[in-house]
Design a protein. Sequence first.
Length: 245
Amino acid sequence: MKIVVVNPNTTASMTRAIGETAARVAAAGTDIVAVNPADGPASIEGFYDEAFAVPGLLREIARFERDAPADAYVVACFDDTGLEAARCLARAPVVGIGEAAFHMASLLAARFSVITTLGRSVVALEHNLSKYGLSSRCARVRAAEVPVLSLEQPGSPARARIDAEIARALSEDRAEAIVLGCAGMTSLAASLSTTHGVPVLDGVAAAVKLAEGLAALGLRTSKACSYAPPLAKTFDGVFAGDAPR
């Protein structure tokens, strides 16, 4: 089985960390291929960045669909950037790390809180929770106020701020599980779970296991209507090469 994990931002070091987590949790016999686009933002922090990340994400998936199709794809941005467009494009299942983590948390706890990076991401995640029908299970979406790229910087206060925000979520929100709201936090889940004594979920790991399950069951995204392949039409300018055929 091959699972392609696409980090929609262009930071290769983050892609490597995401790939390492994915490979660590994958079953024996699952080949993890972690990639990122060459064009787009270095990090995705809000609606503006997300819009510019989608073309690169879709080009990566289109490349694999054309040359070496995967058994499943994972979109490794917690905002689930471009997820629905990717489902239209790919024949194999496409799992977003945000949606995967939310669903897994709902299986482990009656109430969970989300700890994300910056306050500007809170509304986007709240919108997704509503779309997925899980708003009632989420006690609160919290921001640790750490820029995405600071998660990789030695000596950064990022981990301490995330740790403190988890403590507040458990005390003030009465959360029973924590979802880490950024792919850049992927290496922190296990240690934070040990520290706080509750499940701390990383979306990358959750998405890989769900993607494996869907692929193993032979399930594919429905193409009946909403996620039907894109209609053939002309795309102009810089997007001419992306035109559906």
